[in-house]
Structure formats: structure tokens, C-alpha cells
Design a protein around this ligand. Sequence first.
Ligand SMILES: [Fe+2]
Ligand SMILES: [Fe+2]
Length: 200
Amino acid sequence: MLTPNLPLQQPSSPRWAEMVCGEFDRFLLDHAACERKAAAHAMSLICQYPHRTTLIEPMVSLAREELEHFGQVYRILRKRKVPFVPHDEKDPYVRSIISNLRTGKEERFLDQLVFSAFIEARSYERFQLLSEHLTEPELQTFYRDLARREAGHYRIFIQIAERYFPSIAVEEAIARISRLEQEALDAAPVQPTVHGGTPI
Ligand SMILES: [Fe+2]
Ligand SMILES: [Fe+2]
């Protein structure tokens, strides 16, 4: 198994993956929305920080790749004959982390990069776990490959942070946001979504 050494506080419970497997079509609709939002987020960072030119090329590549992931999930939905319903609700997990990021100009930029890295890291961890619970070989392969890509995205955001900030500041942000991320996950509503809470 791929071990990208991601600083998540706690692994997701297998019960989350079991819940997702039981309501997989619902999960797919949320997953499609997450990929589309990830593409939009990469573009929004370029717009928010036009003078941070180090961002441009990796974020353009990332936006393309996330949009391709959206297209792949959309094709799975069509194959399963699941009607595509746009799923634009705010994600309580994401909202919780964002509401606790710092607000100063520089601090906000660093926190946004590290927050983005953690979204990718948790996606890696959950897609990997899900791939181990799915029974259809095609879906197992899809989620295992996707997990590997998301782990790479974690590293892209951390590398950009390290280009702009001293390593001690990046390490502090990783430690702080990893706590925020775990708290957000623990408080998330129990539902079969990418960032859903775990049933008891
Ligand atoms: Fe993705
Ligand atoms: Fe990603």
C-alpha cells in the first residue's frame, strides 16, 4: 500500500467505508461535486493571489486534473444510470475548517495552502480505504488510482507553501490545521459522503 506519510491525526473508520458501500450512488453524487469544487478551488487561488506566480502552473494542472476526475465520476454515474443531480450544498467539514483559518494577509495565504493540502490528504486516505471495501474490480482500481493522485496533490500544496514560507511556519500550520481537520471530521454529519462523519 502507498504510504505517503500524511500528517492526518486519525485514520477514518472502516464503518465509514461500509456506510458508503451501502449507499454508493449517493456517495458518487457527492464525490462528483467534490471534484468539481476542487477544480474551481485551484482556479480561485490563482484569482485570489495573482501576484503569487509560483501558484499558476501547478494550479492550472491541478484544475485540469480535478476536472478530469469530475468527468470520470460523472461517467460512472451515467454507466450506473444514476440521474445527475447537481449537489451544491456547502460541505460542513470544509466550512468548519475554513472558519478557523487565520485572517492576516500572509497567514491566510499559508493557511489556505495547508488547508487545501489537508483536503487532498483526507481524500487520499478515504479513497484508499474505500477501494479496500468495494467489491467491483473496476471501482476498486478507480479509487486506488485516484487515492494516489490525491496524495500527490497534498505534496503540491505543501511544496508551494515551502516556497513562500519558512519551514517552521509551514510545520506550525500543518500541526494546527491537522487538529482543525480532525475536529471538523469528528463533528461532521453522519452521511455517505466524501467528508461524512462515521456511524457509531
Ligand atoms: Fe481529485
Ligand atoms: Fe485532488
